[in-house]
Write a protein that binds this ligand. Structure first.
Ligand code: UDX
Length: 438
């Protein structure tokens, strides 16, 4: 059944959700306070680099199934269901800043005159949904006939469209069967593909999302602490991770040791969870997350220190080539990028940092020189740092690059390069947690 769906907030999550909802057959209006973004989207263009998003925007803005507006009057009574897809950035002390969600509610609520379902998708501290519902009911003419549900989103950057159209699972946090029925109609298409559904209360739905993030981060920090152990004891963390991964209870994913996690979501969301855990006096969870964060930060610090060490203890004036600036491959996003933390530290220590990334564009005021090819980055470099594992870096030619570099030293911060090939070409390859590299 075709529904009328509004998506409030057209950032990363909202733009993808709006396009995905149109793709599964609904009529969709995306709304945002930013007129520039709305104009870009309405022209069928994607404001972000995300595989597969633009074709959906083109197709559905042309067919008329997907529209964009800045005017709440167009969506208020029109939509059968409103999705909240607003950002929850880090606020004071790392707690989630809910002002975008609150502002959206304040704009929408006074226009809601009939029974309405509003569904949150953003990542929020547990307890937020009920608070927002109170705010909504206080402002809406329809009062208690307005209901809030929570349907968290798990999409990964670089796979946002795929994750939206073919989710691993759907979580419906609801308070009534009417809300559940409506959500099942909204997601009728993924549901026919046997997608597992967890039907639960609001608090569980909110917690599922933050728990998923915290677990993924914990997995990464665990393997990074094992990389330290391998380094100390003389083992190989990649083989160790492979062996762990064969155990179905563990699984191989998110066991790639290296520079650790970054990006606009995981670090901020686990911090917000730690803050919420402390508020609720669940100190054990806050402590667990703090350990995960400390390990993650430690990886960045260690890589910078290792670089200085490889250059004899002083990088003043040294030209350092950095391969990768995005927080992970497949995106142009550099928010909380481990690669840039390392680059910043080396810059602060006096190095001349030259960065190449296939997609990410650094702000012109950045402290580094950004170049358009790997060759340019490596030319004259005293050391090369592989910090974001773009697939193209795996097929680089170490012989040709060796002729351009001043020193043939490479630190593989993501443990993804084929070290023997580089060594055969005369390079010193340093990989933390792979003893053979030392
Ligand atoms: C993440 C979650 O996966 C997603 O479900 C949530 O909705 C938002 O946050 P994303 O930020 O796109 O998605 O990144 P993800 O692919 O999860 O990677 C996170 C970080 O972990 C990256 O910096 C990546 O390089 C790092 N990572 C990942 C590792 O260091 N090792 C691994 O084994 C896996």
């Amino acid at each position: 059944m075709t529904l009328r769906v509004s998506v409030i907030g057209t950032g990363y999550l909202g733009a993808t959700h709006a396009a995905g909802m149109a793709e599964v057959g609904h009529r969709v209006i995306g709304i945002d306070v930013d007129p520039v973004r709305i104009a870009v989207l309405a022209a069928g263009r994607s404001p972000i680099y995300e595989d597969g998003l633009e074709p959906l925007l083109v197709r559905h803005t042309r067919s008329g199934r997907l529209r964009f507006t800045t005017d709440y009057r167009e969506i208020a009574d029109w939509a059968d269901v409103h999705f909240l897809a607003l950002g929850t950035p880090a606020g004071p002390g790392g707690a989630a800043d809910l002002r975008q969600l609150e502002a959206a509610i304040d704009s929408l609520a006074p226009m809601l005159t009939k029974p309405t379902l509003v569904v949150g998708k953003s990542t929020v501290p547990v307890g937020t949904a009920l608070q927002l519902q109170e705010r909504l009911r206080a402002l809406a003419p329809a009062g208690d006939r307005v209901e809030l549900a929570w349907n968290p989103e798990f999409l990964r950057e670089g796979f946002a469209v795929e994750d939206t159209l073919r989710p691993d699972r759907l979580v419906f946090g609801v308070q009534s069967t009417a809300a559940l029925d409506l959500l099942e109609q909204v997601y009728a298409i993924p549901l026919t593909e046997a997608t597992p559904v967890v039907r639960c209360d609001l608090a569980t739905a909110e917690l599922i999302k933050t728990a998923a993030n915290a677990f993924l981060a914990t997995k990464i920090s665990f393997i990074n602490s094992m990389a330290q152990m391998c380094q100390a004891a003389g083992g190989d963390v990649v083989l160790l991770a492979d062996a762990l991964g064969y155990d179905k209870r563990i699984g191989r994913e998110f066991l790639n040791a290296g520079l650790g996690f970054g990006g606009g979501c995981l670090p901020k969301d686990i911090r917000a969870l730690a803050v919420r855990a402390t508020e609720l006096e669940v100190d054990v969870l806050a402590q667990l997350i703090e350990a995960v964060e400390a390990i993650n930060e430690g990886q960045r610090a260690e890589l910078a220190e290792l670089t200085v060490e490889q250059l004899g203890g002083d990088v003043t004036g040294a030209r350092i080539a950095v391969l990768g600036a995005a927080f992970k491959p497949g995106t142009d996003d550099t928010r909380n990028s481990p690669a840039l933390t390392v680059a910043n530290r080396l810059h602060a220590a006096g190095a001349r940092v030259v960065i190449y990334d296939p997609q990410a564009e650094l702000a012109p005021k950045a402290d580094f020189t950004q170049v358009a090819t790997v060759d340019e980055a490596v030319t004259g470099a005293e050391i090369v740092l592989h910090l974001t594992e773009w697939p193209e870096f795996r097929s680089l030619d170490p012989v040709a690059l060796g002729a351009l570099a001043t020193n043939k030293i490479i630190i593989d911060g993501r443990l993804k390069l084929h070290a023997p090939t580089w060594r055969d070409a005369g390079w010193k390859v340093v990989q933390i947690g792979r003893a053979t590299s030392l």
